[in-house]
Design a protein around this ligand. Structure first.
Ligand SMILES: *Cc1c(COP(=O)(O)O)cnc(C)c1O
Length: 378
């Protein structure tokens, strides 16, 4: 079946007892056993819950993996994934990842003996150089990066990582399996903040990790149970509900994003626009070879810093808020919000400056979105 069909029917036909079209929310901590040595397949909801299982099986199928595990947040999914890596090794990380990823790696994994090495993962040669030095257990990258939307060559990096005995882990939050399936390109594990596009309505915090092989799937499931941050039944159901419309939401969102990016590109008060779908974008060709779309995140730099505060306070259709991926459009100020803890020299080198704004484009009328930006930019 095509992914649109899988999505629309996410969680259906899971309850032969009643024929309930929507998977029931199994709001239970524990399950009774019919007899000694007999089980329904479930015994305690941390280890397994039928609503969560419905979500996990849809995600595994969409990602083309052996096993998906659903967690209480994207960071919990990332935490469980990194815990399967051996101590005394190095972890290659995109140099401009999600801020929470840096906090997790620096404050918890470094002291457990996993040494992070930050590299521009859009530059395959730089990653190769680190791998050659040895002791790398995994490469963790985001595609495209945030907020500058740089694009890595996932297939080349997967080959390279495997050549040195390392795993490739892709944080695929921005594209989702509807647009890009990292495991098809050789990645070993795909990780998601499902809070963003997968949920899509800014109403649930959740995470997913999908392993390509049964072996790594088992390790993830073991960690999910042993460290205890699985997604609850209610939130699993909300995520299933969100998934049903992922395909139509994303089509509309990227269509809107392209229109917004084109509008910004020609605006006299906008200096640069970052959107991989634009003809002039350095990541366009590489992304189009890997993915069926460019996503719906757009960053842009205004000509003068004085404009920023009025833009943020005067937007009416966009909301000034952190996060992304929902049906509602948001505007974020990376240097103050999402990237406040990033090294300032690195920010300056990358181009994350006090004139840069990031948009998560939603499903509203593109006319209203553009009108809103036009008004606050003038
Ligand atoms: C939001 C985000 C995360 C963290 O996910 P939470 O659900 O907020 O814990 C990780 N990676 C990326 C790319 C994100 O955007």
């Amino acid at each position: 079946m095509q992914i649109e069909t899988l999505l629309a029917q996410a969680g259906m036909r899971r309850d032969p007892a009643t024929g309930s079209l929507s998977v029931p929310i199994y709001q239970t901590a524990t399950f009774s056993h019919p007899a000694l040595g007999k089980s329904t397949g479930y015994d305690y909801s941390r280890s397994g819950n039928p609503t969560r299982a419905a979500l996990e099986s849809v995600m595994a199928e969409m990602d083309g993996g052996a096993q998906s595990c659903a967690f209480a947040s994207g960071l919990a999914a990332l935490d469980a994934t990194l815990r399967v890596l051996p101590a005394g090794t190095r972890l290659v990380v995109s140099e401009d990842p999600y801020g929470g990823t840096v906090r997790l790696v620096e404050h918890f994994f470094r002291q457990c003996g996993l040494e992070p090495v930050y590299v521009d993962t859009a530059n395959t040669r730089l990653v190769a150089r680190v791998l050659k030095k040895g002791r790398v257990s995994a490469v963790l990258l985001e595609i495209p990066t945030n907020p500058l939307l740089r694009v890595a060559d996932v297939r080349a990096l997967a080959q390279l990582a495997h050549q040195y005995g390392a795993l490739l882990i892709v944080d695929n939050t921005f594209l989702t399996p509807y647009l890009f399936r990292p495991l098809d390109h050789g990645a070993d594990i795909a990780v998601y903040s499902a809070t963003k596009y997968l949920g899509g309505h800014n109403d649930v915090v959740a995470g997913i990790a999908t392993a390509k092989s049964g072996e790594w799937g088992e390790k993830l499931a073991y960690t999910q149970n042993a460290t205890g941050a699985p997604l609850g039944a209610q939130d699993s159901w909300l995520l299933l509900r969100g998934l049903k419309t992922l395909a139509v939401r994303l089509e509309r969102q990227q269509d809107n994003a392209m229109r917004v990016a084109r509008f910004l590109e020609t605006h006299p008060h906008v200096r640069r626009v970052y959107y991989p779908g634009l003809r002039a974008s350095p990541g366009r060709r590489r992304l189009s070879r890997q993915s069926r779309g460019y996503g719906a995140m757009v960053s842009f730099e205004v000509d003068r810093v004085e404009r920023v505060s009025s833009i943020l306070s005067e937007v009416r259709v966009f909301s000034f808020a952190e996060s992304l991926g929902g049906v509602e459009s948001l505007i974020t100020y990376p240097i103050v919000q999402t990237h406040a803890n990033m090294d300032s020299a690195l920010c300056a080198r990358l181009g994350i400056n006090d004139r840069l704004l990031r948009l998560s484009v939603g499903i509203e009328s593109s006319h209203d979105l553009i009108h809103d930006l036009s008004r606050v930019l003038s």
